[in-house]
Design a protein around this ligand. Structure first.
Ligand SMILES: [Zn+2]
Length: 278
């Protein structure tokens, strides 16, 4: 085989060779999730809903009521379940045994509904420290969302400290959406929006999320709409790629097809080897 030396970037592309991914994350499992989950389904969007399994039916205030557990399976059809701690405790302050219990017992209860091991968590109140991160890792979580907006489309360096792009009330929301869907980027772009469904009732602004959903759906041929966990799984598969010394062969030992930008979009098939020029 003769090797031609050329400049390469080998940047990650999402399934189908797309350069954009969109994901959503909503917390607390409130009754307004019924309407929100249905809205997302109508537009073909996927969300990770982070629930407090020890607070089912709990009324926090007028208009903020958590759903009963028996509703979970129907309401969240087509979406992903994530943990949010058993009773929404501030995990960096409750002491290590309770912190571990809040994480693990919540995961155990919710996984009966998820039907598979859960990958995602969201920090109650957005607070955490290194011990909380380590406990999540030990419990089998692969990702955890903070409440810090980056305004950016970069993939996170550490999924267990995953800062989203913005909250849905961010005044830049639609400006960010336009930059995401229509702007140019050399690398992959991830647009990650989060919030609480009860906020739409409180602020009477369901139109904000409807406008965003309609806009993303309009550009769907260029966007991979995925759950948080699907994104982590895909990036894990990408990280598992094995390169030959000269880059002419790339092996994909995972069970997921991985797409790379190699001058054009190239698929490295699951369990296969891509060879340059073949
Ligand atoms: Zn919360």
């Amino acid at each position: 085989m003769s090797i031609t030396l050329t400049m390469r970037f080998d940047s990650l592309l999402f399934p189908g060779g797309l350069s954009r991914a969109f994901t959503l994350s909503y917390d607390d499992g409130v009754t307004q999730d019924r309407q929100l989950a249905e809205l997302f389904r109508q537009y073909g969007l996927k969300c990770t809903f982070n629930l407090n399994s020890g607070m089912c039916g709990h009324k926090f205030s007028e208009g903020v009521v958590r759903m009963e557990e028996k509703e979970f399976d129907e309401v969240y059809t087509g979406h992903e379940l994530g943990g949010h701690a058993l009773c929404h405790s501030a995990l960096d302050s409750v002491g290590r045994p309770l912190m571990a219990y809040e994480i693990i017992e919540d995961k155990r209860r919710l996984e009966k509904h998820a039907g598979k091991p859960m990958l995602m968590f969201a920090y109650p109140f957005g607070t955490y420290n290194d011990e909380v991160v380590e406990q999540l890792r030990l419990a089998g979580y692969k990702g955890a969302r903070t409440t810090v907006s980056t305004g950016s489309f970069a993939l996170p360096g550490d999924f267990l400290r995953w800062d989203p792009t913005c909250h849905h009330n961010d005044p830049r929301l639609m400006e960010l959406a336009k930059r995401f869907a229509e702007g140019f980027s050399r690398g992959p772009m991830l647009f990650y929006v989060w919030g609480h469904a009860y906020e739409f009732d409180g602020m009477k602004n369901w139109n904000v999320i409807e406008e965003l959903c309609a806009y993303i759906a309009d550009h769907k041929k260029d966007i991979w709409c995925c759950t948080n966990g699907e994104l982590i799984r895909y990036v894990d598969a990408w990280k598992s790629l094995q390169y030959s010394a000269d880059g002419s062969m790339i092996e994909n030992p995972s069970a997921t097809d991985v797409w790379l930008q190699l001058g054009g979009p190239v698929c490295i098939p699951a369990g296969g080897v891509w060879t340059d020029g073949e």
